[in-house]
Design a binder for this molecule. Structure first.
Ligand code: GLN
Length: 486
């Protein structure tokens, strides 16, 4: 089996058994990046020297037998995580020249575990988008069909893993950006409970929604990576101080008696027929594994997209005010005075989608409209959480499609923000409630991957991973590699 067909777990085993070294493995992936990434555009920055240096260190630790489970395995980071000494662009012109003076906690934890960083992955500008088309570095192509989008905002992460230009990646999910690209690229993506993974050093979009997580080939790999990423961080005031379980120990638990809730709102108009068929088949498979199905209702979930598009822009308008041409990133040429410096630096440095959101957010937070929009949206948010709370009194997990359609064509929705926003109709409510959610490969419709979404109650990542893993033991969708990238 070629090295790049292996999962994180298999690569770790191969390193342990000395079938190959971390340097060989790292070089193999660097070669694949050099060969394929001109086509895909999944990386903003590749860091070969740094990667090989880390690989040599990992090999030395393996010799000494002091290595952790994933030591020496390569990984790529979404370019939203600050990396000391390496450009952190956040997919933007604003930060095209930004070399972070410190390293994000997630990246630091990966380094401490001995993972080798191959580079930084492309993404929508400041993580705003569902197609990776708002990136300053250009769109990323979906390896399953190069005329289609990989999803977003973690589109580089998903395309990179799908094409096996990295065995796994990090992503972030504010309204669906881990789960939706995972679905569109046939991958496993996990958005943890809000507070489970540190946000320190992760460039903020909407702070009350943002959460980092793994994008991998399998649930087992997601468990291995979450073991490293999760945990309390005193530098993030919303990080939860509770022990991190070993997510790999419960993967094989039986699903006998598992109660699955199917929200009727997730199977209504707007859902593509081919996607619906694949999801039905996945649910049938779960019944064979011993689960029972209950129809539930999440009545306010229909309000999640409008509530999100008030709350997320409100928070982003505040978070992005720090990019003023003085302290960070892009500065316009020859400013006439301070006001001109602010206006032109921001005007020239931000793209259209980011500006749209800053304007909406500033408007929604302004004195005359705060009650009508922001406060109202926060009340809706509470109602949405209440829907889930009630649902979880009777079910263990909730399932449905991750995305209403499969990957769409590049350019097809980029001129129409509302259509683009509706890509996240099934994912956004999960962020508003702060719950954990996953997407796993469930089959194909007209040759394109379909993701099954699994939503759990707070801090039940172990259960989600168990539910996903058992399915992956009896199906092989997650093993399919895009033709041409084998
Ligand atoms: N697509 C959603 C948006 O554009 C979600 C993005 C995300 O999760 N970062 O805001």
């Amino acid at each position: 089996m070629p090295l790049h067909h292996k999962t994180l777990a298999e690569l770790a085993q191969g390193l342990r058994d000395k079938h190959f070294s971390s340097v060989e493995l790292t070089q193999h992936y660097l070669n694949r990046i050099a060969q394929w990434d001109k086509t895909l555009n999944s990386y903003v920055t590749v860091t070969p020297e740094r990667a090989l240096q880390q690989a040599r260190q990992a090999d030395a630790l393996r010799v000494k037998n002091t290595a952790g489970p994933l030591c020496g395995v390569p990984l790529a980071q979404k370019d939203i995580f600050c990396t000391h000494g390496v450009k952190t662009s956040c997919g933007s012109k604003m930060l095209d020249n930004f070399i972070a003076p410190y390293t994000a906690t997630v990246v630091e934890k990966c380094q401490e575990a001995g993972l080798v960083m191959l580079g930084k992955l492309n993404m929508d500008e400041f993580a705003m988008g569902s197609s990776n088309e708002t990136s300053f570095y250009g769109p990323v192509k979906n390896p399953w069909d190069l005329t289609r989008v990989p999803g977003g905002s973690s589109g580089g992460s998903a395309a990179g893993v799908a094409a096996r230009l990295t065995p796994a990646a990090t992503g972030t999910d504010t309204g669906g950006s881990i789960r939706q690209p995972a679905a569109l690229c046939n991958l496993t993506g996990l958005k943890p409970t809000y507070g489970r993974v540190s946000r320190w050093g992760m460039i903020a979009f909407a702070s009350s929604l943002d959460q980092a997580g793994p994008i991998t080939q399998t649930a087992q790999d997601a468990a291995l990576l979450l073991n490293i990423m999760a945990g309390f961080d005193s530098k993030d005031s919303t990080s939860l101080d509770s022990p991190v379980p070993d997510y790999t120990t419960t993967l094989k638990d039986t699903l006998q008696g598992l109660r699955i809730g199917l929200p009727k709102e997730f199977f209504a108009t707007g859902l593509d027929d081919g996607v619906a068929r694949v999801i039905d088949e996945a649910i049938t498979q779960y019944k064979k594994l011993g689960a029972s199905v209950v129809e539930i209702s999440l009545p306010t979930s229909q309000l999640s997209v409008p509530a999100y598009y008030v709350i997320a822009p409100a928070e982003c308008s505040s978070n992005l005010s720090r990019f003023d041409g003085v302290r960070f990133g892009y500065r316009c040429a020859n400013p006439a005075d301070l006001l001109d410096l602010y206006q032109r630096s921001r005007g020239e440095g931000f793209g259209a989608e980011v500006k749209r959101r800053i304007m909406i957010g500033t408007y929604a937070l302004s004195a005359g409209y705060y009650d009508a929009y922001y406060l109202k949206a926060q009340k809706v948010r509470r109602l949405i959480s209440g829907d889930f709370k009630r649902a979880f009194e009777n079910v263990d997990v909730i399932m449905g499609p991750t995305s209403p359609t499969t990957a769409f064509k590049l350019g097809e929705r980029s001129e129409d923000p509302i259509t683009m926003y509706l890509c996240d109709i099934y994912t956004i409510a999960v962020n508003l409630a702060g719950l954990p959610g996953m997407s796993i490969p469930a089959g194909f419709s007209q040759g394109l991957p379909v993701g099954l979404q699994i939503i759990g109650n707070y801090f039940t990542e172990a259960k989600l991973l168990n539910v996903a893993h058992r399915y992956q033991q009896v199906t092989d969708w997650h093993k399919r590699i895009p033709p041409g990238f084998e």
